[in-house]
Write a protein that binds this ligand. Sequence first.
Ligand code: FE2
Length: 248
Amino acid sequence: MKQLSAEQIQNNWKKLIDTIEGFISDDRKENLLKMYEDFKERMMFAPASAKGAYHNAMPGGYVEHILHIIQFSLQLKKVWEDNGAEINFTDEELVFAAMHHDLGKVGDLENDYYIPQDSDWHRKNRDEIYKHNPALQYMKVPDRGLWLLQHYSVKVTDKEYIGIKLTDGLYDEANKAYLMSYNPDYNLRSNMAYILHQADMMATHIEFDEWKRGGNKPQVVNNKVPKSTDEQKQVENMKSKFDELFAN
Ligand SMILES: [Fe+2]
C-alpha cells in the first residue's frame, strides 16, 4: 500500500504554496493564501479518496493528487496546442481550476470531508480506509469548492468556474447539460474543461497504478516501464518455450 513520508507531505505542501506564488495574480493571491493557511493542517493530511483501490486514499493524498493534475494539465495543454487546438485561456486559469477542482474534498469551515472508517467490516470487506463525514451538509465536491472560494472572496473567472465544475466529465450525470447539448449555442467556449478532465483521469489512473506497486514510481527506460518480476518470469518462460518448439 502506498504511504507518503512526513517529509514528502511537507515538500508537497511547499510545492503547492510555491505554485500559488508563481501562477496566481496579486489581486487574488492574498485571499487565496489566507484560505490555504486556514486549511493548512487539514489539507496537508487529507486523502484524495476513501478506498484503497481508488486513488491516493492516504494522508497527504489530496495535495499529491492536486500537484499531479496541475502538472498533467500543463503538459496536456501543450499537446492540445501543438496539435492545433485553440488555447483561449491563461496558464493561471488552467492552474487555478486544476488546483481547486477537488477543493470540496477538504470539507467545510468546521468539518473534514473524509474521516477514518471506524468499522472493521467496511475496512476489511469494502477496502474503505475513510468514510464521508455525516456532519457535513451534502454538496457536490465542485459546489463546495466554489462555495469555499467565494467565502474567502477569491474571484473565479467563467472558464475556471466551468473547468472546476466539469473536471469529472461525464462521470458526473449533472455535467450532461454542459457536455451533451445538441444546441451549438451551448457548446463550451473553451477547451480548458476537456484538458482538466483528461488530466484528472490520468492522475487517478496513475495514482492507482502507484498504489498497486506499493507506492514506488516505475523507472521509465526507453519509454517503457520495466516489467514486474512475475511478468519478467512469464516472458522468460514463453521465450524458452518458443526456443524449445522452434529451435532448429
Ligand atoms: Fe481529482
